[in-house]
Design a protein around this ligand. Structure first.
Ligand code: 2P0
Length: 350
């Protein structure tokens, strides 16, 4: 048994924004998805969770988690699944190397800070669970790769498995019932496409109306469009998106990104009762992007929306003025911009 020492490790994990969307679970307990997905990891400095994991026999016997200074319940099945899996890997290490301190059974104290609005459609649970899993894996000195850790982070929140990598990441849905092949892999590092940029339009930082977890369950149960999306549309978009990223083909990347966002929100509208994540400002942002592309005579800007009204607009550095400048200028003129307190933030170099 370890003595009175405090063992500690800190890490950060970035927000990721899907360009091929995860929506639907075939196993809600293990967060096994009904389709594969691809994301772009946003710049660490702009949108990230910072997490410190510590353990000690001096701590109270319950595991604790503080998020932005508020105590969180750690008894939920998702957090417990992550703790259990990580403890079991550490315990196996301790059993194979007696020189290691026996820390796997000590109470954990986790402290996390987001530098972006929580639950505003900016994938806070993704960065949160990815940082939690990596911080504990580092604390336990586990020799696990990001892909191996993605299997654990996925059980915390599906999209979290993609936040263990930077750059362009695919979550392969897998086919096994135990989820052992439902993992994230790198498609390309951020350095592969250094001119990629993203503009985040924070239309609302309020908590979203319908949580992703319950929204996707109702979609799977009621939407007739959903099956076609999972079986036909997403597999096509997955291969087109991988090709576009590998070839750094922005027109193709942008077209698939926008069609995917539209397909995902159509399936939400086809849910019964319908789920609406986009508001009037979101729709205005779509029109502005359409106008920009029309004026350019090709796709130089691409919008995408997750489970909330905030827009992410992708573009290449050379088009910064034509995209980011024009989007900000156009939306500033809209009624509602001021009263909705829309902020914009350049995500910078991805
Ligand atoms: C995505 N979203 O691929 C999609 C697009 C929202 C829209 O992943 O229940 O918070 O924790 O597995 O990961 C949001 O779902 O859901 C999400 P859980 P999660 O990014």
């Amino acid at each position: 048994m370890a003595g009175q020492e405090i063992y500690q490790a800190s890490t950060t994990a970035p927000v990721n924004i899907a360009v091929v969307k995860y929506w639907g679970k075939r196993d809600p307990k293990l967060n096994l998805p009904t389709n594969s997905s691809i994301s772009v990891t946003l710049s660490q400095s702009d949108l990230r969770t910072h997490t410190t994991a510590a353990c000690s026999s001096k701590f109270p016997s319950e595991d604790t988690l503080l998020l932005n200074s508020s105590p969180q319940d750690t008894s939920g099945a998702r957090t417990q699944a992550c703790f259990r899996e990580l403890r079991s890997l550490r315990s196996a290490l301790e059993a194979s190397d007696f020189s290691l301190p026996k820390i796997s059974s000590l109470p954990l104290r986790i402290v996390s800070e987001n530098n972006f609005p929580t639950a505003a459609g900016l994938a806070s649970s993704a960065a949160g669970f990815a940082a939690l899993v990596r911080a504990i894996a580092d604390l336990y000195q586990l020799p696990a790769s990001p892909t191996e850790l993605s299997r654990i982070a996925r059980q915390g929140s599906g999209s979290a498995c993609r936040s263990l990598f930077g750059g362009y990441v695919a979550w392969q849905m897998g086919t096994k019932d135990d989820g052992s092949d439902s993992l994230a892999v790198e498609v390309a590092p951020a350095s592969h496409w250094p001119t990629m940029r993203a503009l985040i339009l924070v239309v609302s930082a309020e908590k979203k109306g319908v949580s992703s977890t319950s929204g996707m369950q109702i979609t799977v149960a009621t939407s007739e469009l959903f099956q076609r999306r999972a079986e036909v549309v997403v597999p096509k978009h997955m291969s087109e998106m991988e090709e576009a990223i590998k070839a750094k083909d922005f027109e193709k990347f942008g077209k698939v990104t926008m069609m995917e966002s539209n397909s995902f929100h159509s399936v939400c509208s086809d849910t019964f009762p319908p789920i609406f994540y986009l508001n009037d400002v979101s729709k205005a942002a779509i029109r502005v992007v359409e106008d920009i592309n029309k004026k350019a005579g090709k796709i130089i800007a691409a919008y995408t929306f997750d489970a909330g009204p905030n827009a992410v607009i992708y573009y290449e550095e050379e088009n910064t003025a034509a995209v980011a400048g024009v989007v900000k200028g156009a939306l500033e003129g809209l009624d509602g911009w001021q009263s909705r307190e829309i902020e914009s933030q350049d995500a910078g170099n991805l």
